[in-house]
Every structure is written in C-alpha cells, then in structure tokens.
Design a protein around this ligand. Structure first.
Ligand code: TYD
Ligand code: MG
Length: 454
C-alpha cells in the first residue's frame, strides 16, 4: 500500500498537512498540528474493484409539506435556529469553555420539553448528579428532560435509537469516543468520527441533534471547526470576559439566515433573554463624549444599535498602537488610510484604541462611517451630535456608499430616542419616519459638516 500522505492535522481548523509544522498555514494557530493515524484504505477500495450499490435517484419535486419547526419559546434561541428547530437537523454549538453552552442547552432542552417535545440530554463532561444540581438551580428540575451521562458513542447511538427523541443534546463532542477509531477522545479522528455518526443518525431517524464543541486555543483537543462542514447549522456562543452579555450567533444555517444573533445575560439563575439588545448596548450612555458614535446596524434579520468608541492619544512608540476590539482591524486600517489620503487627516504618531461597547462584535461594512466618526471625534476632541446615529460604507476613494435596510435601521434608532441620522448621499430611504436625515456625499464633506473643518 502506498504510504498515505496528509497524516498531520490541525486540531483548530482541521486542515491536513503533509508534514509537521509549528504553525498551521491554514488558520495561523500555533502548536495545533498533530500526527494522525491515516484512515485505513483497505485493498480494493478504489473505483472498479468492487461494485457499489446503486443509489436511487429522484426528481427535485416534492409533494410533502416541510415538517413543522418546533419552537422552544425562548425567542432568542428560536430566532438563531432560523425560526425554530428543524426535525432531523444537526446543530453545532461552539464556544469557549465556561461561556455557558451547557447552561444554554439545558435551558433550551427544558423549554422544548415543556412544550411537549421528547428531549434527551447526554452529558459526557459532568455526572448526572451535577447536571441535576444545575437544573435545580435554574428552576428546571420539573421539566420532562431525560438525562444520561455517557461518552461511548455506540451506547449513545443505541440509546437514542431506542428512545427516538425529538431532540438530543450531546455535551460535548470532544468527550465522545468510538471503539472503531484508534485515537484518544478529543482527537481530530475521534471528534470527526463521532460527529459523522451522529449527523448521519440525525438525518436517518429524524432526531435533531445539538453537538456542543469547546473552542480550543491549542493542544491535542480538536476544536469545533473540524466538524463545521458536517452539520446543518453552526452557532457560536460568545461573550467578553467581565461582561454578563452572551451573544449566540449563527455562522452557517442551511435552514435560515446566517449571522442571526440572540442576546442573553448570564444571571445567578441562568441565562436571561435580552429582547431589546439596542437598549442594553446603549444603556451606559450619559453626557455626549468625544470619541463615541452610535452605529445603526443590522444583525441577521434584526436592527441593533451599538456604540463605537475611540480613543486617540499621542504615542511614544515608533509604530503607534492600533488596538481594535469588536471590529475588523483590517477595516479600521483602511479607514485610517482613507482619512489620511483623502481628507488629509493623519493618524501617524497617534495611538488608536477602538472598541464596541458592551462586548458586541460588528462585522458590517455599514459600520465604516460610525468608525470614521468615532475616530475623528476622538482626534478633534469634539463630540458628535448625541441625537444622531450613523451608517454607511466608505470606499477607498472616500465616497460614501449606500447600505441595505436603511428603513429598519432608522426605525430602530427612532424607537430608542434618536432623532437624526447621518448617512450616504446616495442612500435611498423610503420613509424616514420623522428622523432628520443628514446626507453626506463623501468623507471630506463629513469632516467639514460635522466637525466644521477639513
Ligand atoms: P457552563 O454552561 O457550564 O459553560 P460551558 O458549558 O460553556 O463550559 O457555564 C459555566 C459558567 O456559567 C460558570 O462560570 C458559572 C456560570 N453560571 C452562572 O453565572 N449562573 C448560572 O445560573 C449557571 C448555571 C452558571
Ligand atoms: Mg459545559
């Protein structure tokens, strides 16, 4: 048999490598590449050696109505799932250890079960007694969730096959082991094999399966990214240390919009849903301060207002600091370059700190204008109008480009008491709903109009 290549795998992203390296080329993580026993390629596995079974093919037409989705009643969870749980779907829930995945899924399982779904929770990390204690603390002890503690994949599959629940939670995929794979639990081979078996089972038997996966920074344990491609829906549970807010974000969803978010707050008695995230992220606003800009954003299908905060200070360093939290740092560099090249406002010799209040993360290019606004406001030491929200994309020429869903952004801003919006000249707005609209063609004019300079 030819020597198998690609026997080294990155535990963070699952990329295959021909030889060991300290750093993974694919995802840039350090010390994550491990050697794996190659999958056995038994003799005669090549095409033509054995005749396979013919698969029955069918047309795209269907007469069956799509199965009804089931709702948990936890609106933040249902929304991120794309409008409820699809029977037989496989959902990966990733996140840092301790962020609250087990808490979320126990609450979710209880919510589904209380609405009549048959829910099973299999814990591979905690003993049943521990999970029961948590359920009691969360006030869920009476919910008809059935609990098991097991890590053996074969036993779990047999149990699920006997029970045929509507949904099963497997916490976590990194603790599972299959006796058919010769590798330690948590290794890429085990995690992949376990996920594959469970996803196949979910499809065949119509059991919705939630797989919990811990994000691992380095080492021998495979991270959730190695199974992202196998599942229907990938959601990450995120939060900043020191913040109570937790954001559930769908990054892939075969049954609904991706980039949908659900917002929770970790309390002493579990996760509480935050129905109005804008109010939460803006709640600490007081007097107008230089360096603050309110961005009217869209997360998935919902408008969310966030506050972009900037601090600009003289630097003592040869290459000044660019510290960016919650925004794309490449995007910020581009905006700094456009401000310098097109508006003649240099940031050389200045440290720049940018972040989004409340531990939120913003990826939309529509945030460009708010980022520029916060940067300029901090640099000029002059506050933006406190009643204004901003949105618009900045092109390399310095022109402002329109963005999607302007009306929804304006409506949300108005709901939260804002009365003015600064947006691109070319933006079409059908019904500003009483908001005063300040249209700006390019960044130079923005500097002139808003800061009275440039
Ligand atoms: P957990 O769900 O165990 O995290 P994960 O499964 O992602 O590792 O949550 C652990 C943290 O949540 C722990 O630090 C304690 C905190 N927590 C609360 O603050 N309130 C609660 O009601 C519960 C159950 C946990
Ligand atoms: Mg856990």
């Amino acid at each position: 048999m030819a020597k198998s290549t690609n026997a080294f795998t990155c535990t963070a992203c699952g990329a295959s490598h021909k030889k060991w390296a300290g750093r993974c080329d694919a995802c840039g993580a350090w010390n994550t590449i491990v050697e794996e026993a190659p999958l056995s390629q038994g003799p005669g596995r090549g095409l033509g050696a054995h005749k396979g079974r013919a698969v029955s093919l069918s047309s795209l037409m269907t007469t069956e109505a799509p199965p009804p989705r089931s709702l948990s009643g936890m609106e933040e969870l249902d929304r991120v799932l794309g409008g409820g749980l699809v029977p037989g779907s496989a959902i990966l829930v990733g996140g840092d250890p301790g962020i609250g995945k087990s808490t979320l899924l126990l609450q979710g399982a209880a919510a589904f079960a209380r609405r009549g779904a048959n829910a099973v929770y299999i814990s591979g990390e905690e003993a049943s007694a521990q999970v029961r204690m948590r359920a009691q603390r969360l006030g869920l002890a009476d919910a008809p969730v059935r609990l098991g503690a097991e890590t053996n994949l074969r036993d779990i599959l047999t149990t699920l096959d006997n029970e045929r629940p509507d949904l099963a939670i497997i916490d976590s995929v990194q603790t599972l082991w299959s006796d058919q794979v010769e590798a330690a639990p948590g290794s890429v081979a085990q995690v992949r094999a376990a996920a594959h078996e469970l996803v196949t089972f979910a499809k065949r038997k119509g059991v919705a399966i939630f797989l919990v996966g811990h994000v691992t920074k380095e080492g021998q344990i495979a991270g959730p990214r190695v199974v992202e491609h196998m599942v229907d829906t990938v959601i990450y549970f995120e939060g900043e240390r020191g913040h109570q807010f937790r954001i559930l974000r769908s990054v892939k969803n075969r049954f609904g919009p991706a980039d949908e978010i659900g917002v929770f707050e970790m309390t002493g008695s579990g996760l509480a849903e935050v129905a109005n995230p804008s109010a939460l992220f803006l709640s600490e606003r007081g007097q107008p301060v230089p360096g603050s800009a309110v961005f009217a954003g869209i997360e998935g299908t919902r408008p969310v207002l966030t506050e972009v905060q900037a601090l600009v200070a003289p630097s003592t360093l040869a290459s000044p600091r660019r510290t960016v939290v919650g925004l794309d740092s490449g995007r910020v560099s581009t905006i700094l370059a456009v401000l310098e090249a097109r508006c003649g406002i240099p940031f050389a010799g200045l440290d720049v700190f940018l972040n989004v209040a409340g531990g939120m993360r913003v990826n939309e290019p529509a945030a460009d204008l708010a980022i520029a606004g916060a940067l300029l406001s901090a640099r000029e030491d002059s506050a933006l109008p406190p009643e204004a929200v901003l949105f618009g994309e900045i092109s390399l020429s310095g022109a402002l480009r329109p963005v999607a869903q302007a009306e929804n952004r304006l409506k949300e801003a108005q709901k939260l008491g804002f009365s003015q919006a600064i947006l691109p000249d070319s933006q079409k707005v059908e019904g500003a709903g009483g908001m005063r609209i300040n249209r700006i063609a390019d960044l130079t004019r923005f500097v002139g109009e808003v800061f009275g300079a440039g």
